[in-house]
Write a protein that binds this ligand. Sequence first.
Ligand code: NAP
Length: 466
Amino acid sequence: MDGAKIFIEATYLLASILFILGLKGMSHPDTARRGMHLAEFGMLMAIVGTLMHFEIVSYTWIIVGLLIGSTLGAAMGVWVPMTAMPQRTALSHAFGAFAAALVGIAEYYSYTHAFKPLAELSHLKMSAMGFEIMLGSLTTTGSLVAFGKLQGIVPGQPLVYRGQNIFNMSLLAVTVGLFIYLIFVPTAIIPFHVMLGLAFLFGILLVLPIGSADMPVVMSLLNSYAGLASAATGFVLSNNVLIIAGTLDGFSGFILSILMCRAMNRSITNVLFGAFGSGATAVLTEGEQGIMREVGLDDIATQLAYANKVVFVPGYGLATAQAQQAVRELANALEQRGVTVKYGIHPVAGRMPGHMNVLLAEANVPYSQLYELEQINPEFPSTDVAVVIGANDVVNPDARDNPQSPIAGMPILEVDHAKSVVVLKRGQGKGFSGLENPLFFKPVTGMLYGDAKDTLTKLVGAVQHA
Ligand code: NAP
């Protein structure tokens, strides 16, 4: 091995180690920032190693690509607001997957257009290449549709029609069939292009029937496809760092999808093919109907000011209201009066994994005050006031008590065990599942209507004067 090759392999090895350490760091909020920096440094190493590659004949286009990519990336990092992270991630997935598909297509053309000897195109190589092109293409269009749904360009509701799943599965079967055919007859140009077109089409049709609120699960699944496509690229190009990074990406995306589904007590197939949110499952439970008790702001301020322990339970409404700073100010006001403040964080509160953690971190809420579901649930019986801020499904007791409920079995934050519950929401709006929430009718619960940011800001003043 010559010096350059040893240098390249050493940078790839270092990059792979840094990716693994980065992933480990990102598994906890305290170490997440460090993990991110390690992974960034790993990516830099991988790029430096790749730029040393002996196959590079000219740096012109590489520099153009680096400049365009870096400018776009920096602009997105600086200007895209935190609340638009899901669609930004979807767009990045589309770019990554498209890059993988393009590398595969270019490599395929290099064999079929005599730039490389056709005899070297083994069955194994064609399998990896076909896999990369198929997954890369469907992930590109799937991620673009996910971006469109999250950005509101494409209707967010599931677009469903009769026989949809059968049609989509047939389309996938034909695409996979062509892929297998190409492994044995790689020079079949027309089947190649049909497979390419069908893969792009399948990505669109796969994501259209899925509601926008399920997009985070879909995206982490697409992320895992993009990762596997990159790993396949690594096999095609005999590039170790792509194989390792792609596999890590592929499996971490898949594990994240499974964890999200588990936290919602739904299967991946239900997310992909259940058209959740289209109205079919949005039935009202017969639950505990009764009267929703509205309480005044001053009464709640007094309750909070004289409590020993208050637990805030944020949900999607906190994100839409952008009330993270206001909740921190209320917590400060309470702590100044000697009240113990904690936050109960449900794994699928909001609309993306870690949504609440990201928002609360933005307001500098200390990580030590954030409690996971299993940690905080035993604490509710000793909690004086549980303040539900724009959360609904994640505190719906029907998930625990009503086996007929569509969300039966989903673990919830058991705020109804607290001595008193205050729910901050704008009106009678349902949550993501579209279900009625018996919590709002319980005698222990008081409703405080209004935009969460507005209400919390008023509560800060009222607590200070209580
Ligand atoms: P949710 O069930 O969607 O409920 C949000 C509540 O916030 C609504 O009832 C709404 O009622 C209220 N709200 C909206 N804007 C508000 C504002 N400006 N001020 C005050 N309240 C406001 O939210 P969640 O309890 O966080 O549950 C998350 C749901 O998303 C779960 O069903 C979960 O399975 C699903 N999901 C999550 C993820 C994830 O990764 N986190 C992924 C996929 C699906 P009003 O309209 O009356 O105000």
